[in-house]
Design a protein. Structure first.
Ligand SMILES: *Cc1c(COP(=O)(O)O)cnc(C)c1O
Length: 336
């Protein structure tokens, strides 16, 4: 076996290790790990509130975006009347996965092309619908929801239905038409915005995310938070990451520049890549999906393959992205 480098491009992780200040915060906190953390990470919630310039009662911290999705579904599941949730499809696999685990029925509304079909989703809302997941930019297609479309959707959906705008990739968006969840909160008490430190701050291993919303729903989410949920290491890392925002901004810029380079290069060899606003690209390869993923694997590039549909590839450092382009340029899988 040659010593081939493995490029992990299958989970939308950051290719960068933590910045030095974050690493130091983790090491410092490790010395206190014999102690329980705070029951609820108040200082972190305050740092997040300051970052978004909202009052702290509009922030709920959780165990990654996934943990908060579970908390939201918990609220749906425990009501007196059995509720259901809606999500676009294909979208984040976590929605149906976590919903199924909690016994919450989830109905899928097909994408229109690569984007949410918000008109169809608004129409799909019925009496027992309690929550709608919107993913912007959408995982795995990368296409964001536009601000005007979000506002039209919110105007059509009854206020008793929670609209969860999953923006875990929002920090990678460069198109100014992309919906801005936090800016949309005023006047929309049923909107909940979901963010995470996993992708935009490269802290996937520490499991910290948060929701922004009006005090009522945020208090309900906090009411179903497990005590001592966020370890001291994660709490310290997330606070240090927010304080190092300029460094993360620079990293995200490097990733989005690579994303746009990769998109153009893939299109030049005939792959119909939708314009992504996330840190990943979607290659709708249909029947050629499995072959393409195998060719990537053979060159040490792990991608996320959705059989018969397409391949999602995380944008990494240039050498990782170049492996993807080599496979695409080899042509055999692309022109079919
Ligand atoms: C990765 C991801 C999440 C959750 O990530 P966490 O690591 O749990 O914060 C949520 N939504 C989408 C769309 C994702 O891709």
């Amino acid at each position: 076996m040659s010593e081939q480098q493995i490029h992990r491009a299958d989970a939308n992780e950051s290719p960068y290790p933590p910045v030095p200040a974050v690493r130091e915060a983790i090491v410092d906190a490790a010395a206190r790990i014999n102690r329980y953390p705070e029951v609820y990470p108040t200082a972190l919630a305050e740092a997040i509130a300051a970052h978004h310039r909202v009052p702290v009662d509009q922030v709920a911290v959780g165990a990654g975006g996934a943990g908060l999705i579970q908390q939201m579904l918990h609220l749906v599941a425990r009501g007196r009347r059995r509720g259901e949730v809606l999500a676009a499809w294909r979208s984040f696999e976590g929605y149906p996965l976590i919903a199924e685990g909690m016994g919450v029925p989830l109905r899928r509304v097909p994408l229109r092309g690569y984007a949410h079909d918000l008109a169809a989703m608004a129409k799909a809302v019925r009496r027992r619908t309690k929550l709608v997941f919107l993913c912007s930019p959408n995982n795995p297609t990368g296409v964001p929801i536009r601000q005007d479309d979000l506002e039209r959707f919110l105007a059509r959906v009854p206020r008793r239905v929670f609209v969860v705008l999953d923006e875990v990739y929002r920090d990678f968006a460069t198109d100014p038409a992309t919906a801005d969840g936090p800016a949309t909160l005023p006047g929309h008490p049923n909107l909940i915005v979901l963010r995470s430190f996993s992708k935009s701050y490269g802290l996937a291993g520490l499991r910290v995310g948060y929701a922004l919303g009006h005090p009522g729903p945020i208090a309900a989410l906090r009411g179903v938070t497990m005590p001592f949920l966020v370890p001291e290491t994660a709490r310290a890392a997330a606070i240090a990451a927010l304080a190092a925002e300029p460094e993360y901004v620079a990293r995200r810029r490097a990733v989005t520049a690579e994303r746009d380079r990769v998109t153009a290069a893939l299109r030049a060899v005939g792959v119909d890549v939708p314009a992504s606003e996330g840190n990943f690209v979607w290659l709708p390869l249909g029947a050629r999906t499995a072959g393409f993923a195998a060719a990537c694997r053979a060159r040490g590039l792990q991608v996320h393959s959705f059989d018969g549909e397409g391949v999602r590839v995380t944008v990494g450092l240039p050498d990782s992205n170049d492996v993807l382009l080599e496979v695409a340029r080899s042509g055999e899988f692309v022109r079919g």
